[in-house]
Design a protein around this ligand. Sequence first.
Ligand SMILES: [Zn+2]
Length: 143
Amino acid sequence: MSEPHLHHGQCHCGTVNATFRTEGAGVHVRACQCGFCRRHGAKTVSDTDGFADIVSDGPLVRYHFGLMTADYLMCPRCGTYVGSVLEADGIARVTLNAAGLQMKPWDDQVAEPVDYAGETLHERLDRRRARWTPARLRERAMA
Ligand SMILES: [Zn+2]
C-alpha cells in the first residue's frame, strides 16, 4: 500500500484553494478533448479513493453545456477553470484541473488525450461516479 499524499493548488489570484488527498500512486493526468477543456488547456486529475477539498472566498462561477451533467467551476475573481463537479446520490465528486490550480506534480506533466464525445448520458455518469474524487466544496461569502 502506498501512503496517502496531500497536494495543494490555487487559482491565479488565490481566491480558490484546493487540497487533493490521493491514496494511490496511479493518478492519471488527462487532457479532455472537448472544446471547453482545450480552450483552458486543462489537465485533469482524479482519484476515486482520494478526497478533494475546494475552498473559495466567494461563490464559484458555474458553467454547464452539452449533456449538462456537470458544473464547470471558475474562480469568481480571476476566471481560472479549477475543476468540475457532479453531485449524485448525495455525494459531490470532482475532477480537478491541475493546470489551472498549478497543482504539483501534474501541472507540467504531459497529459493523456481523452475524447468522451461519443458517450451516452448514462455512460458519462457511470464513468464519473467510478473515477471522480469525492469532494467537499466550501464557498464563503465574498468579503
Ligand atoms: Zn482566482
